[in-house]
Design a protein around this ligand. Structure first.
Ligand code: ADE
Ligand code: ZN
Length: 334
């Protein structure tokens, strides 16, 4: 099964670039930027990676992202993740980035987007991995702040495919961002949002009805509401599920209790993703491997998950078809 998963062509649809910041690279970049960290060693930093809830994690995640200053920093971070994609047979990835985490600290939007985009172009050439970008608004900040971010993004519209909504979910419902999502859609961005990770099913309803999302990030709590499940199926919306994130943030007590298989059995289109792999103990392949073991997934289940990852990506239809062909060829040889 491990080898089958490692060689399985797949896409990753839920990944925060700031969450790929491995401690080794974090220390290296902090050093070259003359930034003194709160932690004296990589080991000490890693010890801090134990979380009771989403907010607990976000506090450390924003601290880590604070050492990114130059275009080269953003390039190195992104290229390093894309190399891991190539090693794992991740053929396509949809990368979220949080501009406000950086612009709030005085880093120009342009520095962030150029560093990330140049790494994406290099990876397409050198690694044969495709990637697109999802600009995520931070929901703990105001809608006005999100509007400023939308404005700053416009000169770089050709580099951004979608907009997302992340950060502290509870107390920051999707309704808070209805207007900025409307404006983002008018600019041509595809809307997605984190919903139902810690928030209840009503947050998912809001994301569907008010933000008009085309994919649901996490979505675990949709299972609280039978009508919502039927609506998600009817609208053909996929869930980007992140199993190791869910256990690391105590959204799910144990992987054996994860509802991913139940979602699949109900007919919900489901995918497996790593979210913030540097913080949650595993890249995307490890998410597949551990979930397969915990839930006894079959090769057919794994094929379906990989299939959904391409089918529900925002790639052009011809690229999707090519990736699915590659997947089918692989699967037919098993
Ligand atoms: N930002 C990075 N990872 C996140 C997650 N799992 N939920 C909300 N915001 C995030
Ligand atoms: Zn996420």
């Amino acid at each position: 099964m491990k080898t089958f998963i490692e060689n399985l062509p797949k896409a990753e649809l839920h990944l925060h670039i700031e969450g790929t910041f491995e401690p080794e690279l974090l220390f290296e970049i902090a050093k070259r930027n003359n930034i003194k960290l709160k932690y004296d060693s990589i080991e000490e930093l890693k010890k801090a990676y134990s979380f009771d809830c989403l907010q607990d994690f976000l506090n450390i995640y924003y601290q880590g992202a604070g050492v990114l200053i130059t275009e080269q920093d953003f390039y190195d971070l992104t290229y390093s993740y894309l190399q891991k994609c190539a090693e794992q047979n991740v053929r396509h990835t949809e990368i979220m980035f949080d501009p406000q985490t950086h612009t709030e600290r005085g880093i120009a939007f342009e520095t962030v987007i150029n560093g990330i985009s140049k790494a994406i172009e290099a990876a397409k050439q050198n690694l044969d991995v495709s990637a697109l970008l999802i600009m995520s608004y931070l929901r703990h900040l105001s809608e006005e702040d999100a509007f400023n971010t939308l404005e700053q993004s416009l000169p770089f519209k050709d580099k951004i495919t979608a907009v997302g909504l992340d950060s502290s979910e509870k107390g920051n419902p999707p309704s808070k961002f209805q207007k900025v999502f409307e404006a983002s859609i008018k600019e041509g961005y595809i809307p997605v949002a984190h919903a139902g990770e810690e928030g209840d099913a009503d947050y998912i309803w809001e994301a569907l009805d008010l933000l008009k999302i085309k994919r649901i990030d996490h979505g675990n709590n949709c299972l609280q509401d039978e009508k919502l499940i039927q609506e998600i199926i009817k609208r053909d919306l996929a869930l980007t599920v992140c199993p190791l994130s869910n256990t690391a943030l105590q959204v799910v007590a144990d992987l054996k209790e994860h509802s991913l298989k139940k979602m699949m059995d109900l007919g919900i289109k489901t995918t497996i993703n790593s979210d913030d792999p540097a913080y949650f103990g595993g890249q995307v392949n490890q998410n597949y491997i551990d979930t397969q073991k915990a839930l006894n997934l079959t090769k057919k289940d794994l094929y379906n998950l990989a299939y959904n990852s391409f089918q529900y990506s925002f790639s052009p239809e011809n690229e999707k078809a090519n990736y699915i062909k590659e997947l089918d060829e692989y699967y037919s040889k098993q």
